[in-house]
Design a protein around this ligand. Sequence first.
Ligand SMILES: Nc1nc2c(c(=O)[nH]1)N[C@@H](CN(C=O)c1ccc(C(=O)N[C@@H](CCC(=O)O)C(=O)O)cc1)CN2
Length: 287
Amino acid sequence: MTATMIDGKAFAAGLRARVAEGAARIFAEAGRRPGLAVVLVGDDPASSVYVRSKGKATVAAGMESFEHRLPASTGEAELLALVAQLNADPAVDGILVQLPLPKHIDERAVITSIDPEKDVDGFHPVNAGRLATGLEGFVPCTPYGCLMLIKDQLGDLAGRDAVVIGRSNIVGKPMAQLLIRESCTVTVAHSRTHDLPDVVRRADIVVAAVGRPAMVKPDWVKPGATLIDVGINRTDAGLVGDIDPACAEVAGAMTPVPGGVGPMTIACLLRNTLVSASRRLGVAYAI
Ligand SMILES: Nc1nc2c(c(=O)[nH]1)N[C@@H](CN(C=O)c1ccc(C(=O)N[C@@H](CCC(=O)O)C(=O)O)cc1)CN2
């Protein structure tokens, strides 16, 4: 079997186009554009590229972009003051603080300082709790993008066996919650899991988010399974995911790296910002 390669880039472009239609409708009905504030502290090259891409995509979708680039020496109090200012700004519908933050800043303190109603990253404990308890809230962009790709591939997911490799607050845990919400039978595997290959072999859906280059091997994969690769590992051989590309010989469908999950992250961020603006302005949207 040779797997269908899931084109996340094309899917994300379609989603961004639908978000742009929603943003135009909000502008027509409410007289202002949805606004997204992105905060970068420091000069990590990859983060800087992601922040620039977010700003460009925001403007291209007909939204207002507010970019705040602060030096690496910025103190936690100064960052919290900026977040408080953005929380109070009526033109700002969404706030995102780019991660990782410099080591001297407590990431948790910053995330919890964001107004949950503007937390378009979905990282605030209030939004994590809403997801876990079936309430409406913001869902983290990367796992939400993964779910969209999986549903586009498989349709109804009820009863499928899913394995999520990785238990981070940003990807693994929300991904598991989303799959539970779709009535999958979900296993969350991590560094202490016994016989990981055997656990993965039982799965119809595998989401790998561990940051270990090409860790998932072809003989771990159930024939026909759908493989979603969240890994972005920079190696001497270039950008490599967590799933060995040779798994394409066994899988039914899989995402490439790059061009799979990555582009969905920014598209879902725009989608969350549109949702926030439509809630705050009382304008209905459909995407
Ligand atoms: N506050 C946040 N910080 C971080 C998030 C996040 O969702 N919120 N996610 C990642 C970085 N990220 C967005 O911020 C991001 C990662 C990857 C991509 C992407 O399109 N990747 C491309 C490859 C691009 C490359 O060469 O690096 C792909 O996979 O095709 C977009 C956004 C951590 N921080």
